[in-house]
Design a binder for this molecule. Structure first.
Ligand code: ADP
Length: 411
């Protein structure tokens, strides 16, 4: 064999070895590519080692990008779930792409079952469907869903991106209820003020136009009647102010340990004068009892309950004010032998301006706000009002306080 032939044979051998090595790495790479996604790249040397290292850093970069994208998506979903509104993403044909859980609940939809379906096929509310068909979303839609007739929803549709739209659904039920309560309250107050005002204006007109022909006795009678109507207006305004100050703040600024027995005796002086000895009034509250709370609120509670007992108990009846301990604290009770209340009225008795008998309440100078004030004042002491009553069998109103507000002093 010549020298040239030897050189050639060595070169061929070296080439064959290199070819074999490349083939082996190629096979390893093909196996890796067809294997599981998370399989690590095989180890390699030389140019394949370089290839593997660059591939690894590229893969790491992609993995990081993927994780970041997944985190961003998760954050977006959590943000959508945290929204106080229902949210539905839709495509051009208003097919559902994704919605948050609140949207599922409010619209009676299911993410799993209803995705990909046109929303107007899934929410068959006539007002809702025609709002979507008119496609004028400059104003929101307000409607009462038939499956929850007491509810009120506000729907907005916002177009975004490339032919996509977003629907938001806000549950306005509570707001609407509050608005109704406010409207009723304003109407009631106006009505309550209008009645005595009309009477007073009538008397003033009569006195103006007939003052020469009216006898002194009649003139005095008209003035007395006008005065009593003005007092009624004054009581109403006082009660409204008490109610609004109770509603204004969450806690009392002037809390002290109140001697309930001595405070009740003070308040009862006014009740005794209201009764004018037509009733037998007794008060028995332990002298060592102390209640942590607001003295002015406590005065309102006792005063309103005791005055009601007198007002709704006929001549000769009894009114007893006392205290009883209960497992969770204790109750100040006001018991009367009066006309009593039918069970149908009991649940609404603490509503503002709710009266069993309008005429009787007005005759006694009632404003219809007394028990609403008592309830509010008790709530602010974490207490509550219980009522036991039988028509014709008298009533017991109990103002109950939690244990942590009650103490007994020791000498
Ligand atoms: P009012 O100013 O009309 O007395 P309240 O809020 O104090 O308003 O009471 C609401 C209604 O509850 C009264 O109009 C009356 O019909 C009824 N009521 C309250 N206390 C008594 C009671 N002790 N006996 C019978 N009915 C009562």
């Amino acid at each position: 064999m010549s020298f040239l032939e030897v050189l050639l044979s060595i070169a061929v051998l070296l080439l064959a070895v290199r070819l074999y090595v490349h083939r082996r790495y190629l096979r390893l790479m093909l196996d890796w590519i067809s294997g599981p996604l998370d399989a690590p790249l095989p180890d390699a040397d030389g140019v394949w080692g370089e290839f593997v290292s660059r591939m690894n850093s590229r893969l790491k970069f992609r993995m990081r990008e993927k994780t970041e994208l997944a985190t961003a998506l998760e954050q977006f979903r959590s943000a959508m779930e945290a929204l106080p509104d229902g949210v539905i993403f839709m495509d051009t044909q208003r097919r559902i792409l994704w919605m948050n859980q609140l949207a599922e609940t409010l619209m009676f939809l299911s993410q799993n079952k209803d995705s990909g379906k046109p929303i107007e096929h899934m929410v068959r509310e006539p007002e809702f469907v025609s709002y979507l068909q008119n496609a004028d979303f400059s104003e929101p839609l307000m409607y009462h869903p038939t499956r929850r007739s007491e509810a009120c929803y506000m729907v907005n549709v916002i177009d975004y991106g490339h032919e996509r739209s977003l629907m938001t659904i806000r549950d306005l039920t509570q707001l609407e209820k509050l608005e109704n309560v406010r409207r009723d309250f304003v109407a009631n107050v106006s009505h309550e003020l209008k009645t005595p005002l009309t009477v007073i204006s009538g008397f003033i007109e009569t006195l103006q136009s007939h003052h020469t022909i009216l006898s002194e006795e009649k003139r005095q009678r008209y003035l007395d009647l006008a005065h009593s109507q003005a007092q009624q207006m004054n009581r109403l305004v006082q009660d409204l102010l008490t109610l609004s100050s109770l509603e204004a703040s969450t806690a009392f600024a002037d809390e002290t340990d109140i001697n309930l027995g001595s405070l009740a005796h003070d308040v009862l002086l006014a009740t005794e004068s209201l009764s004018a000895e037509r009733h037998q009034i007794s008060c028995d509250i332990p002298a060592d009892l102390r209640i942590r709370g607001s003295a002015s609120a406590m005065r309102s509670i006792i005063g309103n309950l005791a005055n009601n007992a007198v007002n709704y108990t006929p001549h000769g009846g009894q009114v007893a004010i006392g205290w009883e301990d209960t497992p969770n604290g204790g109750c100040l009770y006001v018991r009367d032998t009066g006309i009593g209340i039918s069970p149908t009225h009991l649940p609404r008795l603490t509503e503002r301006f709710y009266r069993v008998d309008q005429g009787r309440s007005r005759d006694t100078g009632g404003t219809g706000l007394g028990l609403a004030i008592v309830k509010h004042a008790l709530t602010k002491h974490q207490g509550h009002l219980t009522i036991n009553s039988q028509p014709g069998g008298g009533s017991t109103f109990s103002a109950c306080f939690p244990r942590q507000r009650i103490s007994r002093i020791t000498d």
